[in-house]
Design a protein around this ligand. Structure first.
Ligand code: DOR
Ligand code: ZN
Length: 473
């Protein structure tokens, strides 16, 4: 017996759309057919006039648990995701303690069991946990995170030496390494000088982290990825300049993907005065020319996906006259889809292309395709049901995140996910969280075993010589 049929809607995948009904059985899409042709089901929901897209897959959220649960936890964070049409999140390791060992990974897995949407868990790649990495891979982390630049949590950035060794160890697993691509040493130098000179206003945050920190970090990481065959992902692309090393690396055949976040598309340096320290985020929101270039790259495919860097803090932590003392980041997992759908409504992007960047591309890059990222028979039934005409206003106090402060306060949006379905179950319905869904979320497994990439470092003659020498010793 079919569990659920969604009837009368328009199904939109990355490549096509159709008026079609969708049947779901045991959490999986069991049939897609012309309206009214799929027979009976335990529940039939009329979605006439609405659009069905694959649920959002957000590769970049900070849910703060363990350690900073006054900012967020796995329950509130995944509730915010459900409200935002997001059915899968990947959670970052800069918790307290960080996710840098098998023990800490297991502890986070236990905490995550209360999630209401599906999730992946990042392991940390840092200077001091290289020996832990094989264990983390074996234990089942979904990806790795490497902080090339410091940010919230102040995890020390690994040296290039440690990074290279980490890449060498991770590469054969096929797991992707996501990079906070800002070079720590440049930023520390700049910020110390600005602070010493008493330069404390918000715009100096950009001066402390000029575009070159991102350009240098992306270029360096791409070289290490090419050398080792590691798959990498550039998080939160903020500048026009870093698009060039990203595109060049893709041209060279490096398996490199990139994401941007709404703040880099919708805000720029002209907003610092109005927003003050609320806008502080790493990397910083930059110039108008940067957001224009990132929009173009998102359209052309140089930037592969939209994520949020959902980074909740309390209003007190975010508000300070001295920019260096305000916490960086803000919540985003709940507002990304309405913000982007507004651009679809305005004709800036097709809904098909939005599906590509919000769901299909992340699913492919992180090993979840074809089980996730599309509405198709056999795929998991992760669906956001959209009302493309629904108008809302973003209000921090109404966010489901604990981080009740956002730079998008008061912004009008057109288009919203009015239901969110995770593996066949409503977790959000009619803009309201559903009861009894605590714990419905599961950690995604490496559904598709990704082939091991080929390293550039194929020079085996030195390795052979060294082996002979060691054998003789
Ligand atoms: O602004 C940021 N905040 N950028 C990051 O990379 C981390 C995040 C956080 O965890 O607060
Ligand atoms: Zn982040």
């Amino acid at each position: 017996m079919t569990d659920l049929i969604l009837t009368g809607g328009t199904v939109v995948n990355e490549g096509a759309r159709a008026h079609a009904d969708v049947a779901i059985t045991d959490g999986v899409i069991s049939a897609i057919g012309l309206p009214g042709t799929l027979g009976d089901a335990a529940e039939i929901v009329d979605v006439t006039g609405l659009h069905l897209i694959p649920g959002g897959i957000d590769m970049h959220v900070h849910f703060r648990e363990p350690g900073y649960t006054h900012k967020e936890d796995w329950e509130t964070g995944t509730q915010a995701a459900a409200m935002g049409g997001v059915t899968t999140v990947f959670e970052m390791p800069n918790t307290h303690p960080p996710t840098r060992s098998v023990k800490e990974f297991r502890e986070k897995q236990a905490l995550a069991e209360k999630a209401c949407v599906d999730y992946g868990i990042y392991g940390l790649l840092a200077e001091d946990n290289i020996d832990e990495i094989p264990g983390l891979i074996e234990a089942g982390v979904n990806a790795f995170k490497c902080f090339m630049g410091n940010t919230f949590g102040n995890l020390p950035s690994p040296s290039t030496g440690a990074m290279l060794e980490g890449f060498e160890i991770i590469a054969p697993s096929g797991l992707r390494i996501s990079l906070h691509a800002e070079t720590a040493s440049i930023m520390a130098w700049r910020q110390a000088k600005l602070e010493a000179a008493g330069k404390n206003s918000p715009l100096y945050h950009i001066a402390a982290r000029p575009e070159v920190v991102a350009i240098e970090a992306v270029a360096r990481a791409a070289i290490l990825a090419e050398w080792t065959g590691a798959r990498v992902h550039v998080l939160h692309i903020s500048s026009a300049g870093e698009l060039r090393p990203l595109a060049e690396a893709k041209t060279r055949g490096v398996d490199i993907t990139g994401e941007t976040c709404p703040c880099y598309l919708f805000l720029d340096s002209s907003d610092y005065d109005r927003l003050g320290s609320v806008i502080r985020v790493n990397p910083p929101v930059r110039e108008k020319k940067d957001s224009i270039a990132i929009w173009e790259a998102l359209q052309s495919g140089v930037v592969d996906m939209i994520a949020t860097d959902h980074a909740p803090h309390t209003p007190e932590e975010k508000t300070n006259d001295i920019i260096w003392k305000a916490d960086c980041g803000f919540p985003g997992v709940e507002t990304q889809m309405p913000l982007m759908l507004s651009e679809v409504a305005a004709g800036r992007m097709t809904l098909e292309h939005y599906v590509r960047i919000s769901s299909a591309n992340p699913a492919r890059a992180f090993g979840m395709w074809p089980a996730k990222g599309r509405i198709a028979v056999g795929a998991q039934a992760d669906i956001a049901v959209l009302d493309m005409a629904r108008e809302e206003v973003i209000r921090a106090e109404r966010l489901h995140s604990r981080g009740k402060i956002t730079p998008f306060e008061g912004r009008k949006t057109t288009g919203a996910p009015i239901h969110t379905i995770v593996r066949g179950r409503f977790v959000q319905r009619d803009r309201t969280l559903c009861d009894g869904v605590r714990g419905h979320g599961r950690q995604v497994t490496a559904i598709q075993k990704m082939p091991t990439p080929t390293p550039r470092n194929t020079d085996q003659s030195l390795a052979a010589l060294l082996q002979q020498q060691e054998a003789a010793e």
